[in-house]
Every structure is written in structure tokens, then in C-alpha cells.
Ligand binder design. Structure first.
Ligand code: SF4
Ligand code: SF4
Ligand code: SF4
Length: 287
């Protein structure tokens, strides 16, 4: 019987150059795996593979040298440890994330919770080509948000609270964009220079800033044969609900306008940026 390689690939089993061997991609979300899952992966790699795993550039885990006739057995063994195969091909891939505000002192948003939510909402959704979400917790951009089709970066919209301020000047030095000035006992923030990094908030010793966490979202990044930085359309998205709306709109635009084998960036280029920007802005503004 002919082997259905396309279906196997869709289910995470990628054909190796070695005949009848597959590198099995596992489903991970936000770079997070439990100790129980890791133990099961190690056991399967030892028993069915060659005793090692490959950690991919997008926080995935692959077990190479899985044999064609053991695929079902491997899936069942992994399921015992709550591990399932990932996906490949033209659909929404692994949602990647840095550790974010749950762990990292610089984090402005809870990246892992958002990664789980986006994974539940979109993972495996069929599209004209691969589609990558990446979430990074702050402007330090450890996760390199702009290389994804949709890159989400945590940020903070800040406002000075005059009656708490002791005029120490720490926030002025903390701001890398020279957006803050302190004159005559008053702080001014140049919003044109501010990039929502939140460093002023985190540096202030007396909490003299109000901070509204939010998202800086880029679209159309690619980092393969063609390298292109994703671009931001709305400077700062202040609500989780609006974030989901613009993500839905980007996927819908791609689904309706993309050609098979074309990444979102090239669909945007072909159809004209105006049409894509209109779709995103309408989703953002639509109450
Ligand atoms: S991007 Fe920011 S929140 Fe994420 S790990 Fe880096 S410094 Fe921490
Ligand atoms: S959020 Fe960042 S860029 Fe904006 S004023 Fe504060 S430190 Fe400066
Ligand atoms: S760090 Fe805080 S207390 Fe110091 S000048 Fe800035 S706002 Fe005022």
C-alpha cells in the first residue's frame, strides 16, 4: 500500500532522507513542557528513536528516526505522557513565546497564557501557507516577534502620577528613548518618542506611574528564503479583546486572499498594503 506522506507530514511525521524514517514533531505551546512530558519524550526517543531529540528554532521538540511501522505505537506511547504530535504544512503552526511577565522581571504581558489561548483558538487551522505566531513579553524582544506572520509584543502605555512622584529622576535615566523630561518638578512624556517599553514604570521607586499593559502587533514577517520584518499597523492595542479581533482579521484576510504556497507577506504585497491595513483597522475599531 502506498504511504500517504502528506497526511503523515500534516500530523507531524516528517520524512527523513533515510528511507522509512520520520522525524516526529511534537506539539509544544509557548516553549513550555512539563517534567512529565519531558520524561515521556525521553522514554520514546530511547525506545523508538536513536536516544536523542532535536530542539527546533521555533521551540519545538522533534524525535528523529521513528520507523514507519511504529508510528501508531509511538503516538499511543506519547499520549500516556500527555504528549501529542505537532503539525507541519500550510496551517497555523506552534505558537512560540518567551517566558514573559509570569517569570521575567521585564515582562509586560503574560505570554504563556496568551500562547495557550492562541493555540486553542488557531492551532492547525488550514491556510494557504504556513502561519506563525510569536509572542514576546516586552521591547527586549527575546522571541523576535517581527519574524512571524503575526508577532505580538507586550508593552505599557504609561501616565505619570504627580502626587506620588518624589522627583528623583530615575525614570528619566531609565528611558532609553529620551522620551521623559523632568523640569520644575514635573515629568513630561513625549509620546512620539515612547515605544511602550515600560522601563519607567519598573524603575520608579514609588510607583508614580499608571501603566496600562497592551500589545504591539506586527504582520507579515518571514525569516526563510526571504527575510522580511513584520510591520505594525496599530501602534498600541490596549485590550485583549481587540488583540483577538485583529488576529482573527489577519487570518481571515489570508484565508480569503492568499494563494497556495504564498506567505502572508506576499499576499499583502500582491493585494496592496491598503487593503490589509483597512481590514486590520476595521477589526480594531469595530466595537
Ligand atoms: S522579551 Fe522581555 S519579557 Fe520576554 S524574556 Fe525577554 S526580557 Fe523577558
Ligand atoms: S514606556 Fe519606555 S519609552 Fe515610554 S516613557 Fe517609559 S521608559 Fe520611555
Ligand atoms: S522615577 Fe518615579 S519618583 Fe522618580 S522622577 Fe520618575 S516618576 Fe518621579
Amino acid at each position: 500500500m502506498a504511504v500517504d506522506y502528506a497526511t503523515l507530514k500534516k500530523g507531524g511525521f516528517m520524512r527523513q532522507k533515510q528511507k522509512n524514517n520520520f522525524s516526529l514533531r511534537l506539539r509544544t505551546v509557548g516553549g513550555h513542557m512539563s517534567a512529565e512530558q519531558l520524561a515521556k519524550v525521553a522514554e520514546v526517543a530511547e525506545k523508538y528513536g536513536e536516544g536523542y531529540v532535536h530542539l527546533t528554532s521555533r521551540q519545538g521538540v522533534e524525535i528523529p528516526f521513528i520507523k514507519l511501522d511504529q508510528i501508531e505505537e509511538v503516538k499511543n506511547a506519547l499520549a500516556e505522557g500527555d504528549v501529542v504530535p505537532g503539525v507541519c504544512g500550510p496551517r497555523v503552526r506552534t505558537v512560540t513565546a518567551c517566558q514573559g511577565a509570569a517569570i521575567c522581571q521585564s515582562g509586560c504581558i503574560d505570554t504563556y497564557t496568551l500562547a495557550k489561548e492562541l493555540d486553542e483558538r488557531y492551532f492547525g487551522y488550514e491556510l494557504p501557507h504556513k502561519f506563525k505566531f510569536g509572542i514576546t513579553g516586552c521591547q527586549n524582544n527575546c522571541l523576535k516577534a517581527e519574524e512571524n506572520d503575526v508577532g505580538i509584543k507586550g508593552g505599557m502605555q504609561v501616565a505619570w502620577v504627580e502626587d506620588k512622584c518624589i522627583q528623583c529622576g530615575v525614570c528619566v535615566k531609565a528611558c532609553r528613548n529620551e522620551a521623559i523630561t523632568l523640569e520644575d518638578g514635573k515629568i513630561s512624556i513625549n509620546t512620539g518618542k515612547c515605544n511602550y517599553c515600560g522601563r519607567c514604570v519598573k524603575s520608579c521607586p514609588v510607583d508614580a506611574y499608571d501603566a496600562q499593559p497592551g500589545y504591539i502587533v506586527s504582520f507579515g514577517g518571514t525569516f526563510g528564503n526571504h527575510i522580511s520584518k513584520g510591520e505594525t499597523i496599530i501602534p498600541f492595542i490596549e485590550s485583549h479583546e481587540k488583540l483577538l479581533k485583529v488576529c482573527d482579521a489577519a487570518l481571515k484576510f489570508f484565508e480569503q486572499n492568499g494563494k497556495a504556497g504564498e506567505r502572508l507577506k506576499f499576499t499583502i504585497d500582491r493585494t496592496g498594503k491598503e487593503a490589509f491595513e483597512k481590514a486590520i483597522k476595521e477589526a480594531y475599531e469595530n466595537e
